[in-house]
Design a protein around this ligand. Structure first.
Ligand code: FES
Length: 177
């Protein structure tokens, strides 16, 4: 039979043992968690830097982002005006050009080069390629036409070309991802 003092001592021993166990468990888990965190080179590989210095109005650059085609297009003033003149409420995937570009940089349209129907790579980013009925991109797989803001205008694609996360890191460079 334990007296009150004995009970207190026994409880203290249990608490100390549990605490030590908890600390040991955290110590064992931490290396595992820290190993699972992406390393700096993996994080760098998940972004794509694109140099826009040589991109003239009316031209596009094809690149890749996380193993997917990436289109960066510099719109002409006419293409911007064409995109802005569209009544957004009548679009299948209603978005204005301003919503799809950065403030003050409406001439740079950055999208994935992946048709939102079944994933073909649309035409229109390379010079001489067909741009479709709305002057943007054309997916010949099943006939999806995108306009100069990369918005779906005709054909089976359900949504606009995806605008990935990106930022301008200088006047002529963007970082995607
Ligand atoms: S994959 Fe582009 S229209 Fe079908």
């Amino acid at each position: 039979m334990l007296d009150e003092e004995g009970v207190r001592r026994r409880d203290w021993i249990h608490i100390a043992a549990l605490s030590a166990g908890g600390v040991a468990a955290i110590g064992a888990i931490y290396p595992l968690v820290s190993q699972m965190a992406p390393s700096a080179d993996v994080l760098a590989a998940s972004t794509t830097d694109v140099d826009l210095a040589s991109l003239e109005p009316g031209m596009a650059i094809k690149d890749s982002f996380r193993s997917q085609p990436l289109f960066v297009r510099r719109l002409t003033p006419e293409e911007i005006a064409e995109a802005e003149a569209v009544d957004v409420s009548g679009l299948r995937d209603p978005q204005s050009l301003a919503e799809r570009t950065k403030e003050g940089r409406a001439e740079y349209l950055v999208t994935l080069g992946v048709c939102t129907h079944l994933g073909c790579v649309p035409l229109g980013a390379a010079s001489g390629e067909e741009k479709g009925e709305f002057g943007g991109y054309f997916c010949p797989c099943h006939g999806s036409h995108y306009d100069t803001a990369g918005r779906i205008r005709k054909g089976p694609a359900p949504t606009n070309l995806v605008v990935p996360e990106y930022e301008f890191t200088s006047d002529t460079t963007i970082r995607v991802g």
